[in-house]
Design a binder for this molecule. Structure first.
Ligand code: SF4
Length: 466
């Protein structure tokens, strides 16, 4: 059963936050907190809430882990190497704690929402004070209070369908780009994916709460709103409102801003959504549409609920309707049981669709998923060969993708120093294409007009227009 965290519960957590504040206020120095979030935007957004709660409790954030009084790792479980990196980084904290026994160490996120990993971590790292899962983020102040006042180690990884906590303090990393979760969890159970097991069932925030939050951000000068969900296209199924409807209401807000969203699922991506993007004032002309494989046989084994014919139809419609659409995707190579014949269908699809860019991964076995039980006869070495072949194909089709923009003038949200060269500034167009250009730092966080003079296969170069 999906729960909504009540006002009373949030008030009680605020009470614990103030108790923690009074404790750390007694330190003979400004209390410092170091936090690091791994993985997807949703996890980074959770990290901003943790930083918001730490700031409310009186901590100052630091990038210097050696100086910290509090260290937190917000973990990701999507791939094995992500987990191995976390174990390594936490192990390194042991020496810092030896030098500063008052240091408080916490680990949270998708990795420790898996009970076997949380218990392994508790046993392996006795210096870790708090281990908590994805469903109790809002109880962070209470857990910290228990460490300070009760000198207890805390392990909290309740299994539940999920909850929604509105109004948690947020400390955003950027002053002009804001991530706004619109829903949490996933009901799709793609057979390779751990997310439904660690993030719970799909649940949407109230549209009014989202619109109020976005309105407030625009009034505070935010220029880009990134709407988040494991599968944003199924937003509102539990609220009787569609994702397209939410987008139209956000697009009607006044101001100079851009709306982006991730991640879409082809089975829920509709013509209505594509028409909404095409007819909008603020929505990015960018569709990230993870196809994962070009083989219908493999898509069935992945439990993806669409076939390549349907996918191609969607892409053709989107390219017809949305001017200069940027189309990107995710591809998994070496799914259990995949043959070289199946893989060749993925290569064929890449050559035909010509994605602007693709995020490509070698299959990573996740304990607890259906795919983890499947026969997987192909060696990692062989999968590595396939992976390199895929990168070659994507490298070749991507070459000309951006040439059509040379000579055009695009509206760019300036985001910081250059990605092609530090002497440039950099930003993204309405298609979310990277554009580098000359200018001074006062332009960061502003929309500027840039005339494109050169195209690389992953970015554009241009000159600012007055
Ligand atoms: S849609 Fe599939 S891949 Fe995406 S989060 Fe849900 S289960 Fe995972």
């Amino acid at each position: 059963m999906i729960e909504k965290i009540t006002e009373e519960e949030l008030k009680e957590q605020h009470f614990f936050a103030m108790r923690v504040k009074s404790v750390i206020h007694m330190f003979d120095h400004k209390p410092l907190a170091y936090t690091h979030s791994y993985g997807c935007q949703q996890n980074v957004s959770d990290g901003e809430k943790i930083n918001g709660m730490l700031t409310e409790m009186g901590y100052e954030l630091t990038d210097d882990i050696e100086k910290a009084d509090f260290i937190l790792y917000n973990t990701c479980a999507v791939r094995e190497n992500a987990e191995n990196r976390v174990f390594g980084n936490i192990g390194a904290v042991k020496n810092i704690k030896r030098k500063n026994p008052d240091l408080v160490v916490a680990v949270c996120g998708c990795m420790v929402q898996q009970e076997h990993i949380a218990l392994q971590m508790k046993k392996k790292f006795p210096f870790v004070d708090i281990i908590f899962g994805t469903h109790v983020l809002h109880k962070f102040p209470e857990m910290l209070y228990k460490v300070f006042e009760k000198k207890e180690r805390v392990l909290s990884i309740p299994e539940c369908d999920g909850n929604i906590a509105e109004g948690l303090p947020v400390r955003r990393d950027s002053g002009f780009k804001a991530s706004v979760p619109i829903m949490y969890g996933c009901n799709n159970f793609c057979t390779y994916c751990i997310v439904p097991f660690v993030r719970g069932r799909e649940r949407s925030r109230d549209p009014e709460a989202i619109i109020d939050e976005v309105k407030g951000l625009i009034e505070r000068g935010y220029k880009e709103i990134l709407l988040l969900g494991q599968n944003v296209n199924s937003y509102g199924k539990d609220k009787g409102v569609s994702f397209s409807e939410l987008l139209r209401r956000l697009d009607a807000l006044e101001g100079e801003f851009k709306i982006s969203f991730m991640t879409s699922h082809p089975k829920d991506c509709t013509r209505e959504l594509i028409d909404t993007i095409a007819g909008s004032r603020h929505i990015a002309y960018h569709l990230h549409l993870p196809v994962q494989s070009g083989s219908d046989r493999i898509l069935k084994l992945m439990n993806r609920h669409y076939d390549i014919a349907h996918y191609k139809e969607l892409v053709a419609y989107a390219r017809e309707k949305i001017p200069g659409l940027q189309l990107t995707t995710d591809i998994i190579v070496g799914f259990p049981g995949e043959t070289y014949e199946d893989f060749k269908e993925t290569l064929e699809l890449m050559r035909e669709i010509k994605y602007d860019s693709a995020f490509t991964f070698i299959y990573s076995k996740r304990e607890g998923t259906k795919a983890a039980e499947m026969e997987d006869p192909v060696s990692e070495e062989e999968k590595g060969k396939w992976f390199r072949e895929l990168l070659e194909v994507q490298g070749s089709v991507g070459d000309d993708a951006y040439k059509k923009y040379v000579g055009e003038t695009l509206s760019i949200l300036c985001e910081g120093r250059g990605r092609t060269d530090e002497k440039y500034l950099t930003g993204k167009s309405r298609q979310n294409i990277i554009v580098d250009f000359s200018g001074d730092d006062s332009l960061i966080g502003q929309f500027v007009s840039v005339k494109i003079t050169k195209a690389l296969n992953w970015a554009l170069i241009g000159e600012i227009q007055q």
